[in-house]
Design a protein around this ligand. Structure first.
Ligand code: BT5
Length: 326
């Protein structure tokens, strides 16, 4: 009901009477009034005049399914959106929905996560009203060991979406972070369910610190778009722009099954390249120069003896050496 009234007010862009809305929607005027009250409680600024009726003045910076869909111009990604005010982890919820048969492109969004996850069991801080915490369900016909390539496509998509919407210079820290002014703004956690040679589903979970006004002390390498840009940004615009870029790249990827088509864009946006980096595996650490990525998204690094090695994400952790973030 609430959604229908909102849709009507958005379409009209001017005053419309309670009677007109109730007539169009086939409900009582009391039901319309209740819906308006609820929308106002959620932060929608709706003026009312006894003579002219209701008019929507300002929509709040919310990322409910209908708000995001209003911005969307995709065919697959985000066609189905499931929104939660608070949930443990959108990745967990997306996996549950995928097991229940949710279609490709289904997007789970939460305004707040109470147990957001990073990689390797690390936690991801996800306060309410300020960030983008979302997970996309994909069903690509690729081998399980190719799933990490989707992380690179998502990282590039989010990097470009942030630049397009905010005008800030965003860069990718290979393989899965987006940074602004060398500070971590976004992290990506890709999880999947697969049988030997076949993927059942992939969940790409993305966290973006959009309007956080402060960052907890224990995260000195993190920041938010609002802190770096000095103003607040529309979360739904960033989500919609990301989905549009990602849809085009993902469609190309499942046809070509390699990353050559994004290599140039990725390398241009990648802060890790042309620097000394420390490669850390379980067994040892070594210093190398990051040269580029190959068609599988692995990092090509020149070792100190001059030899070139390719390192896959998951195998190593990369640290910058000269004033560059962890
Ligand atoms: C990541 O892990 O960067 C992947 C984060 C993915 C989060 C999204 S939110 C939607 C979806 N649902 C989930 O439950 N997760 C995904 P990793 O590279 O392991 O980095 C984790 C580390 O980043 C933590 O150990 C902290 O040091 C730091 N961290 C935690 N919260 C952060 C935040 N909000 N911003 C920046 N850094 C943070």
């Amino acid at each position: 009901m609430k959604e229908l009234v909102l849709k009507h007010l958005k379409k009209e862009q001017d005053y419309c009477s309670g009677e007109e809305i109730s007539h169009k929607l086939g409900v009582t005027r009391a039901a319309v009034w209740k819906a308006i009250k609820k929308l106002q409680e959620e932060g929608y600024q709706i003026t009312s005049s006894t003579r002219k009726g209701y008019k929507l003045i300002v929509s709040p910076n919310v990322i409910t399914a209908s708000e995001v869909k209003d911005e969307l111009q995709t065919k697959i990604m985000g066609q189905e959106i499931i929104y939660y005010e608070a949930i443990d982890s959108t990745n967990n919820e997306a996996k549950k929905k995928a097991r229940e048969g949710a279609s490709e492109g289904t997007l789970i969004i939460a305004d707040q996560q109470t147990a957001g996850k990073g990689r390797l069991g690390r936690s991801w801080i996800s306060p309410s009203g300020e960030g983008i915490w979302m997970s996309l369900i994909l069903r690509p016909h690729i081998l399980p060991n190719q799933a990490s390539q989707l992380t690179l496509i998502a990282g590039l998509g989010m990097c470009e979406a942030i630049e397009r919407v905010t005008g800030l210079k965003a860069q990718i820290k290979w393989p899965n972070d987006v940074v602004v002014n060398s500070k971590k703004i976004c992290g990506i956690l890709t999880e999947m369910s697969a049988q030997v040679e076949q993927i059942e589903y992939v969940v790409v979970g993305i966290g973006v610190n959009v309007n956080l006004s402060s960052i907890p002390e224990e995260l000195p390498y993190a920041s938010s778009l609002a802190i770096e840009g000095g103003k607040e940004y529309s979360r739904k615009k960033i989500i919609a722009t990301f989905l549009e870029i990602f849809e085009v790249d993902y469609t190309q990827y499942v046809k070509s099954l390699n990353l050559n088509f994004i290599k140039e864009r990725y390398e241009q946006s990648c802060i890790t390249l042309h620097r000394q980096v420390k490669l850390i595996t379980k067994e040892n650490e070594c210093i190398a120069k990051a040269l580029g990525i190959n068609e599988e998204g692995a990092l090509m690094a020149q070792m100190q003896d001059g030899s070139i090695q390719t390192v896959s994400s998951g195998e190593v952790s990369v640290r910058g050496l000269y004033g560059y973030i962890d």
